[in-house]
Design a protein around this ligand. Structure first.
Ligand code: LLP
Length: 418
């Protein structure tokens, strides 16, 4: 079970830290997300230690998992945050995040979001187009502020990941080409209320090799050199997120090796380094706990219909992503090949295909590596209330988000008058 070191079987029952999952299911019901505080702490510390004292800021990508308890935990460790919306900004501030450690990414920031971030005095806007820069300059002017900016450069590097989460190729909607970015930095004086403080890139997510990161960093450094010879001062480099995790048999670089490679590639330039990891901080710190409603045999297949669905964990349906699925109580009986599917009326509603398991009605299953892009991508499709979230800390159990109720879900809706 490498990759899941805070999850282990004790007397054939899957535990998360010191707590058995049977108890969690009994206390909170299913489906629910269960996280390990120690796993998040260990990942953060591995990142932080790998920088070995060099000037850096880890800006956790809030989109991976935005529960307030997780944001608060990371804020207490000293983490910064990468946000992509006004909503994420509000969450980070509410969780005690330091505005001077917030970077704001995204291709489509609206004027309200920009105003909120200017008012909060965030560390940096990662700007993705000239049009956005013009709007930011105008809004900052009206608010009598100077907006700190990095241009997000699109380095045209192949991240070799799923096309939906690859962002650093020139045909993608993200960032600005190095040539255009250079031209914009050189017109800095036209933007009276902008201060260019950094250079930014993010080439994609779930990368399992180091080389695309290094290639992107080299492109950014080339631009940095050109800017510096023309007298433009840059304070920090933001190399984005994207480090992959092990879902099944992937072999991504370790956090330590990844950070070392970034530090080595940028060492001569002696700049403050920012990174925006999401998945690698929380992905393997959480699982989705679900119960088998029915075992169903058709002439072709064995189905285990569980109470979690694509609305709870969209990744298999959207990216054909593989998550390991483990029995909460393991046994040595004969196995069968199962399709693990949810109750939603779509064939795309599955959590796993062709899994060798020994199952009975009512059994609990753990869908592993679900800490990142699980809850945050969940929806209410089929009027299904969102799952509860629970954080384990040693032998302490904390409910960090109550299961949604149908009342909450329809509270804003109204029928037309007669
Ligand atoms: N920075 C920026 C600007 C990003 O767009 C992202 C992710 C990150 C950082 C964090 O990337 P990470 O370290 O987590 O790879 N829903 C997909 C992943 C989408 C990633 C979007 N951007 C999934 O479930 O695989």
């Amino acid at each position: 079970m490498s990759g899941f070191s805070f999850f282990d079987y004790r007397d054939d029952e899957l535990n998360i830290e010191a707590v058995g999952l049977l108890q969690i299911a009994e206390q909170f019901g299913t489906p629910c997300y269960v996280y390990s505080r120690a796993a998040i702490a260990a990942a953060y510390q591995e990142f932080d230690a790998a920088f070995a004292g060099s000037d850096h800021l880890i800006c956790y990508a809030v989109k991976a998992n935005s529960n307030l308890a997780i944001l608060n935990l990371l804020a207490r460790f000293g983490s910064g945050f990468d946000i992509v919306s006004g909503g994420e900004l509000q969450r980070v501030l509410k969780a005690g995040g330091d505005p001077q450690k917030i970077v704001f990414s995204g291709v489509g920031k609206n004027t309200n979001e920009i105003r909120q971030a200017l008012a909060a005095n965030i560390l940096c806007f990662n700007v993705e187009s000239k049009a956005e820069l013009i709007v930011l300059n105008q809004l900052a002017n009206k608010m009598n502020k100077i907006a700190p900016v990095s241009l997000r450069v699109n380095p045209n590097v192949d991240a070799k990941t799923h096309p939906y989460i690859s962002t650093g190729l020139k045909e993608n909607k993200f960032g600005i080409s190095t040539d255009e970015a250079e031209a914009i930095y050189l017109c800095a004086k036209d933007f009276t209320n902008i201060r260019f403080t950094g250079l930014d890139c993010h080439i994609g997510s779930q990368l399992t090799e180091i080389s695309p990161f290094v290639q992107a960093s080299e492109k950014i450094l080339g631009l940095l050199d050109r800017l510096e010879t023309k007298g433009i001062e840059i304070e920090h480099l933001d190399l984005g997120g994207g480090l992959g995790i092990r879902y099944t048999d992937e072999t991504p670089p370790s956090i330590k090796d990844y950070v070392s490679a970034l530090c080595t590639s940028t060492a001569q330039h002696n700049k403050r380094l920012l990174i925006e990891p999401g998945r690698s901080l929380v992905g393997n710190a959480g699982l989705l706990l679900t119960k088998i409603e029915y075992l169903k045999q058709t002439p072709d297949k064995n189905f285990a219909v569980v109470d979690a669905a694509m609305n709870d964990l969209l990744r298999p349906a959207l990216y054909d992503a593989h998550h390991e699925i483990l029995p909460v109580v393991r046994n040595k009986h004969a196995t069968k090949t199962y399709q693990i599917v949810g109750p939603i009326c779509e064939t795309g509603d599955f959590l796993g295909h062709n899994r060798e398991l020994s199952l009975s009605d009512g059994d609990l299953l753990a869908v592993m590596s679900a800490g990142a892009y699980g809850m945050t991508m969940s929806s209410n499709y089929n009027t299904r209330p969102r799952a509860a979230e629970i954080m384990i800390d040693g032998d302490n159990i904390h409910l960090i988000r109550a299961r949604e109720s149908i009342e909450q879900l329809i509270a804003g809706e109204k029928v037309l008058p007669e």
